[in-house]
Write a protein that binds this ligand. Sequence first.
Ligand code: HEC
Length: 471
Amino acid sequence: MDFPLFHLDFMGNRMLVAIIAIIHVIINHALAVGFIPLVTFLEFRGYQIKKYNPEKGKVWDENTRKLLFFAFIITTSLGALTGVGIWFATSLANPASIGSLIRVFYFAWLSEWVVFVLEVIFIMIYYLTWKSSNKSVRNKKRHIIFGAWLSFFSFLTMAIIVGILGFMMDPGSWEERKTLLSGFVNPLYFPQLIFRAPVAMMMAGCVALLATMFFLQKENQWRPGILRHISFWILLWMPLAVVGAFTYYWYIPRSMIGNLPVAIATQQFQEWYDSLITVIIAVSAIGFAIGTLGVFAPRRLPKYLLIIPVLASFLFLGTFERVREFIRKPYVIGDYMYANGFLKEEYPLYQQTGLLKNTPYSSIKEITEENKTEAGEVIFNLTCTRCHTTHGINSVVRNFELMYGEEKPLVADAMKAYMKNMHNIRYYMPPFPGNDEELEALAFYIIQQQSRPKRMEGAQLKGVEVKELDY
Ligand code: HEC
């Protein structure tokens, strides 16, 4: 491992990344990718209506502007912050994998950044020129075309990132070719895009429906018409979202099973997989009910209950993201780099010569009776902490206790036998990358943690010490 390792011993590194990433993806999908096209569509309808009913058209226009304002504030604050946050969190949690991804996707990420900056500038222009666009028909037309452009840019940010997300699950032919394009157009690229695009549209509709309820008074005679249009938008995208979800669902195992070392270990896989079906059906039913009610009887839409489809659509996306993260394991980049940050092809080296010798930031190179606990801690940090903590979330001690009986003292031999084989028993864990001596030290450390719990500090608290490598 070429980096000093950050570690959060209570929350776990994965949780930190998960919280930031899920907030970001929800904002990105619901308030940018799906929202901008919806706003443009509503603005266009308002413009058409204004021709024969200026008063009505004005209400439409004003409500749409407010919707955009809402999205504008959240995407450029919380959205942008969490976007940067993902970079910080993932580079702390798994620097080796981010390093690899940057090398493969350098130009993709560079374009992503350029597109993102343009998107923010465009969204500002789009919002800030809204009022002046109402001065003439020509201005309005231009403004609407600008909205369409902005929609395209929002979509582009997602279309680029999805290439990287798909790659992490299944790099496809990149293994042989090692080119940007072969990595980008991976087997899960299009299935994910087909899924995400309509889901984003649907999510945007749910949010807009709820927001409009608050922006316009119940007495407003034009409110039902607007609600009807937004509901129609939800219904329109729903079949596509469902088809997209099933397509993605269908492609996941085809492309993942190849990565799974043990086909029988798919019991957990099956559980996750089944949970997807339940979520697809439940969320579609809720979306369909609200959409239909909104189209046929918009006056009867329940104001506060409209939070349910919003949350359901967030759950929909959130579940897919979790499953995506989970089934990718034991890899962080399919069949190439394990989730602990070690390259598959370098395993033989580590298992023969030992991890410590190949770790520049480790304070220990040789394990002795005196430094066994400390060495065990270093090994634990290197091999388990990308997913486990000592006593916090997904605690390693607790996991062993659950296996061997609570309250019972852990036994080194059984643990060592388990850890040597853990990748065959639980396919989501990478094989242990070190040698036997290191395995022994790790077991020793975990046993000590059971009897005398002590918080493990990551490099951010402990600092780093660089020793020369003797190859
Ligand atoms: C890629 C992430 C990852 C890595 C790396 C990892 N684990 Fe796990 N491990 C998990 C997950 C996920 C679970 C399941 C937890 C649950 O069921 O709640 C788990 C479960 C376990 C269990 C319980 C297994 C069972 O059969 O119930 C043990 C023991 C364990 N891990 C030990 C380790 C040790 C020791 C290391 C380091 C050498 C390690 N793990 C590395 C992700 C990982």
